[in-house]
Ligand binder design. Structure first.
Ligand code: ADP
Ligand code: MG
Length: 735
């Protein structure tokens, strides 16, 4: 007896197993372009600064380029010139609509399309796009999370063009839309999105770092943070995906027994890529190149059906936009290949989850990397200065960084033995650790002599960059030769918050160091600078840790050092309300007024909603999938037992045992299911959000685990013919 749902599973398996790789046709503006190299069509769907050069003056373009770091508003006059140029280009390319493309605090992007089509003064139909339309738009903002900011002041919000990130054409099967990267702000100027605080943090960092460089004797006009996010994800055949309510609604499996073969054979990491997946990757890269996203690396990850893509790094603001495009394009293109991508941090229990390693550094207008040791002691002092500033920032604002990566999904990764622990620490590597140690312990005393030695030592520093082979995958924030890698960011998250708070913390610490140095002298010597670097290292080196971040010893050691170990999202979110963090964010200009508080509300509410969706989905799956299968299985065993008894006068022991096990587990499941329903009811009655979130974290999570255990035992017992939910082995291996 096969139920309909279970036969749907077998049908899906048959379909998933028989698909062949999709051959895709490269789409271009002209059919002659199919043989172009990536470098020849890269960015063809973006309106670049180079394209503006024909229409705009040098100083206009410089103003636009500096928008990200200057925090200055743009003139309508300039916007009008750009609007004219971009309209001509976009319409020539076939665009019919434009939209302000922005990033509300949902982790996703939002867009509202308007047609270029309009009527002129005489009532004639025309295509129009004005400077005013480019610079500002008013989407109906009431349905986006605001955390209370909008409600207190004004219900409306508006979007404003971010001139520092290139406009692009989003292609679909039936036309093109011009997307204008935008900020999303309330009428009183409060940020309602992820981009505005990021731009403010970049402006603050620019100011602080440029000031540092001046004090250190370097000439630089501006400094910008760079970012290169390595994106991990899973793929799953769409036929199987569609039969899993949990994947559809919660993005992760809430049930499912780990197969005997997971990742223990270690054959997936860098393994040959399955043809269907490779084909999907290639088409995604093609689309991304057109959008100006510099895709560089693709490979299989550790877990079966897990992959990674990494771009070449860019300015942090553009990198954040591009990472959103990566998520969007991978999702859309996957569907053309009958695949689904899973960006959840932990789609499957028992095997690795997905993160986003955000590589971060600082560069000046000459292209010098502040975190790259150079060829002269002077360059290396600059390197050590920024290294010290970053370490100081990570130590001082560890809870804020922890907050920036907190999400319901990431709670499964952080602290589990596959991703960095929830304790924020810095990894420097052997050589650099030795340099810092030498700097900070060399006999105290006379710095002039030490400085001479240090200067000799500093000549050695460049080797560090070239020979940084000692990787430590257990560190949440690791120095990797010429940049830091923030490894604790979740795969589904926007990279903006982690970059924003990191930038803000570093800017604040650099400002403090600048002030300290200025107090010593208005024209500090190398010795003065080194002295301050040494002091800073000494004060903050407790956050540096070179050992195994997964180990129990580190947890103990971190506690001794006074480093916070924050395990769940509700606890982690509190950091943004911490007066120390709040006043830093307001002083540096990243959050104004009630914004920090509002962000806390948005994030907490999101945590609760995500968990309630999980709880309710689980409850439904137990009722409509697992329980019926368990009952059916028990009934078949009981019927067999009865007929055997009738025919042979007795029931074989094995059947008795099986029947007992099945009926025991079924009643255990029924009890657990009822408990879960009761818990959901209790939650619905709690209106105090911090209380509710804490309750879910403390009671709901273990309860989900408990139910899952029973269900997974049943999965291992119930006749495969009766099981309707695609199994782990099928989702992970069949494609
Ligand atoms: P892995 O960490 O896997 O060894 P790579 O060394 O190839 O990877 O680099 C990872 C990412 O770091 C890439 O996206 C790369 O562009 C980025 N990256 C390299 N230099 C910088 C930098 N100065 N600032 C920010 N990101 C950088
Ligand atoms: Mg990496």
């Amino acid at each position: 007896m096969t139920t309909n749902r279970a036969s749907a599973r077998f049908e899906a398996l048959r379909i998933a197993g028989s698909r062949s790789p999709k051959v895709f046709k490269k789409s271009f503006a002209s059919p002659h372009d199919v043989n172009l190299k990536a470098s020849e069509y890269f960015g063809c769907n973006t309106f670049s600064f180079e394209m503006m050069e024909k229409k705009l003056s040098h100083s206009d373009i410089a103003t636009l380029r500096e928008f990200a770091t200057s925090n200055k508003p743009l003139s309508l006059d300039l916007a009008t010139k750009v609007a004219e140029a971009v309209r001509e280009w976009a319409i020539y390319r076939g665009a019919t609509h434009y939209c302000h493309w922005f990033q509300p605090q949902t982790g996703a992007t939002a867009e509202k399309h308007d047609a270029f089509f309009s009527f002129d003064k005489n009532g004639n139909a025309v295509e129009r796009f004005t400077g005013k339309e480019l610079i500002q738009s008013e989407p109906d903002a009431s349905s986006f999370p605001s955390g209370g900011v909008r409600a207190t002041f004004e219900a409306r919000g508006y979007t404003a063009w971010d001139a520092s990130s290139p406009m692009f054409l989003m292609e679909s099967e039936n036309g093109m839309t011009l997307c204008v990267p935008s900020l999303f702000i309330s009428y009183n100027g409060e940020a309602l999105d992820e981009k505005t605080p990021l731009l403010r943090s970049l402006a603050a960092l620019n100011k602080a770092a440029t000031e540092s460089l001046k004090l250190l004797g370097h000439d630089a006009k501006h400094v910008i943070a760079s970012a290169g996010p390595e994106q991990e994800y899973f793929v799953c055949d769409e036929a199987l995906f569609n039969l899993r309510p949990d994947l559809l609604l919660a993005g992760r499996t809430l049930l499912g027994r780990s197969p005997p073969r997971g990742q223990q054979l270690e054959d997936h990491y860098f393994g040959s890529i399955k043809p269907r997946i490779l084909s999907f990757m290639m088409e995604s890269e093609h689309e991304l190149y057109k959008l100006g996203v510099p895709c560089k690396t693709r490979h299989n990850e550790v877990a079966p059906s897990q992959c990674e893509m990494a771009p070449i790094f860019e300015n942090a603001n553009v990198a954040a936009d591009h990472n959103q495009l990566v998520l969007e394009v991978l999702r859309t293109v996957a569907r053309r290949h009958q695949l689904q991508v899973l960006f959840h941090e932990k789609p499957y229990a028992g095997i690795n989850g997905s993160g986003k390693h955000v590589n971060w550094s600082l560069a000046d207008n000459h292209g010098h990397n502040m975190l790259e040791p150079g060829d002269s002691p002077m360059d290396n002092i600059r390197f050590l200065w920024f290294l010290a500033g970053t370490i100081k920032a990570v130590n001082t604002y560890a809870t804020l960084l922890r907050m920036s990566i907190a999400s319901a999904g990431n709670d499964f990764r952080l602290g589990a033995n596959e991703a960095p622990p929830a304790i924020i620490s810095c990894f420097l590597g052997d050589t650099l650790t030795e340099v810092v140690q030498k700097l900070t312990t060399a006999g105290g005393g006379n710095l002039t002599d030490r400085a001479k030695n240090i200067n000799l030592d500093l000549a050695r520093v460049p080797e560090i960059a070239r020979d940084n082979t000692d990787r430590n995958r257990t560190s949440p924030f690791a120095f990797t030769g010429n940049k830091f890698e923030f490894r604790a960011v979740g795969a589904s998250a926007s990279i903006s918050p982690s970059l924003t708070y990191l930038n803000a913390a570093v800017a604040t610490c650099l400002n403090e160091m600048n002030d300290q140095l200025r107090k010593v002298s208005s024209r500090p010597t190398q010795e003065d600078v080194l002295k301050l670097i040494v002091e800073t290292f000494n004060e903050h080196k407790r956050v540096c840790f070179e050992g195994n971040g997964y180990s129990a010893e580190w947890h103990k050691e971190a506690e001794k050092r006074g480093l916070p170990n924050i395990r769940t999202t509700p606890e982690a979110l509190a950091a943004i309300r911490d007066p120390k963090n709040k006043s830093m964010l307001s002083a540096i200009g990243v959050h104004r007024g009630e914004e920090a508080e509002a962000r806390y509300n948005v994030k907490l509410e999101r945590y609760i909603k995500v968990r309630m969706i999980e709880l309710e989905t689980l409850q439904e799956m137990l009722s409509t999938d697992v329980f019926p299968a368990a009952i059916a299985h028990t009934r078949i065993l009981a019927q067999s037992a009865a007929s055997l008894k009738a025919a042979m006068g007795g029931v074989p022991q094995e059947i008795e045992n099986q029947l007992k096990m099945a009926s025991d587990l079924t009643s255990k499941l029924a009890t657990a299911k009822d408990k879960l329903s009761g818990f959901i009811d209790q939650c619905s009655a709690i209106h105090d959000e911090p209380k509710l979130a804490a309750k879910i974290a403390a009671e709901g999570m273990p309860m989900m685990e408990e139910v899952r255990k029973v269900s997974d035992q049943l999965e291992n017992l119930v006749d495969d013919q009766l099981w309707a939910l695609p199994k782990y082995r099928e989702m992970l291996y069949v494609m």
